[in-house]
Design a protein around this ligand. Structure first.
Ligand code: GCO
Ligand code: MG
Length: 423
């Protein structure tokens, strides 16, 4: 793919003129922890244009660092940065060992950095390269968490007052410490909280009694207008998930998320037979193969694969196009363990993708926002990617160096009798 490219000169978007081909001169990984760990790949070209991509895998960061440093960066050097598709295929097929969260995040980081470079080289925001805007702004949902139902109601009220049209509501379960989704601060919720996994408890019967009550009270209080979402975080069996979906039907949820683990895609047939509550799955998906049956059998309504988890923009748009055939919409994962680089890239994707559903938005800390200056902006429940060339997110390496890596792992969950469960 090397010598035959025609020469061209274009504006780089960085007040420089670049000529083609653009060789990858250097690539390196930056790990920084401005409140939580982030892994960032920076790719530099011989034309001076660089791009950055996110490679963060929460609680397993160093595995992706090693994969990038040992197995990816050495094969990137000297390649033409414009050949995004060929490089993607090289990294995916060429590894022989396909898929998986480590590999696909490493590929995503390369892919997003290359789209960033292409955008900067052409002076175009990525959404323009994808085909232009399909909408003016991207609707996001925020996370309203409380230790119990009254606290959660207050938290939802604060989001609605701030202009959000969509809110995810999670409540602690009385008698169960450290329930999923319950944060320790106002806006920030960071599950990876210790060097060794924190243990939380799970009780399905208690949860099944509480969740419908929560949404009954929320509808009573806030009326039919707001979109309410809820994350089950893989905790139920298929039959329990069907029961929950049924009990939630009167409260018109926008979606329930990850009602049961999706390793077995067939499991969702049972849920689907019994409930019309919309279902969203996919934050742990790596490729289209994880979602194939779910989508083509119309077992889900929203696919939550992200730019970061699913191999970058190159692969995520394939998933989205495939999903569009069955009117399945997108719902990109947007937790804080996805860095602002992923959020920037996701917003370019979201503003383009015809079958957009919703974007998750958990705010990063002020320190994180400072380490990753970005063009995207938030206003009353909507995000906009901005018009900067590329994805519009940068990395302040001097500031990043002030926040060294801190070992952190995700919690684990056990049933009250001690049995290991899905966190
Ligand atoms: C969500 C997610 C996250 C995950 C986190 C794990 O819907 O936002 O479930 O909060 O738990 O991404 O690292
Ligand atoms: Mg989730």
């Amino acid at each position: 793919m090397s010598g035959s490219m025609t020469q061209a000169n274009v504006h780089s978007g960085q007040d420089a003129t670049v000529s083609f081909p653009m060789r990858i001169r250097d690539a390196r990984v930056v790990v920084t922890s401005p409140g939580r760990n982030f892994v960032t790949l920076k790719i530099e070209t011989d034309q001076g244009v660089y791009g950055i991509g996110d490679a963060t895998l929460n609680g397993r960061e160093k595995a992706v660092v090693a994969y990038l440093e040992h197995h990816v960066i050495p094969v990137l050097i000297g390649r033409d940065a414009r050949q995004i598709e060929d490089i993607w295929q090289f990294l995916y097929r060429g590894a022989y060992w396909r898929r998986g969260p480590v590999t696909m995040r490493a590929i995503a980081a390369v892919d997003v950095a290359l789209w960033d470079i292409k955008g900067k080289a052409l002076g175009a925001p990525i959404y323009d390269l994808l085909g232009g805007r399909s909408r003016d702004a991207v609707m996001v949902y925020g996370h309203a968490n409380g230790g119990d139902i009254p606290e959660t109601i207050d938290a939802v009220g604060r989001y609605l007052d701030a202009g959000y049209q969509a809110v995810r509501a999670q409540s602690g379960i009385p008698g169960l410490e450290l329930a999923y989704g319950v944060g320790r601060g106002e806006l920030h919720y960071e599950p990876a909280d210790a060097a060794l996994p924190t243990q939380s408890l799970w009780d399905t019967r208690k949860y099944m009694a509480l969740a419908p009550k929560l949404f009954e009270v929320l509808r009573d209080r806030f009326g039919p207008e707001p979109r309410f979402l809820h994350d089950v975080h893989h905790r139920l069996t298929p039959l329990e998930a069907a029961q929950l979906g049924k009990r939630l039907e009167p409260y018109d949820l926008f979606w329930i998320e990850d009602p049961t683990p999706a390793e077995n895609q067939e499991a969702f047939r049972l849920i689907r037979q019994h409930t019309t509550t919309p279902i969203a799955v996919g934050e742990v998906f790596n490729t289209i193969w994880d979602a194939k049956d779910l989508i083509q059998e119309q077992l889900i309504d929203f696919v939550r694969a992200s730019v970061l988890g699913a191999g970058g923009l190159t692969h995520l748009r394939r998933i989205a196009d495939f999903a569009a055939l069955w009117q399945v919409r997108t719902g990109c994962h947007g937790a804080t363990d996805l860095s602002p680089v992923t959020m920037g890239a996701a917003l370019h994707f979201d503003i383009w993708v015809p079958n957009f559903g919703m974007q998750e938005y958990m705010r990063h800390t002020a320190e994180t926002d400072a380490v990753f200056p970005h063009a995207y902006t938030f206003e009353r429940g909507f995000l906009r990617p901005g018009d900067a060339p590329g994805h519009g997110v940068d990395l302040d390496e001097v500031l990043a160096a002030r926040f060294p890596y801190e070992p952190r792992q995700l919690p684990v969950a056990r049933l009250t009798d001690g049995t290991m469960w899905n966190w």
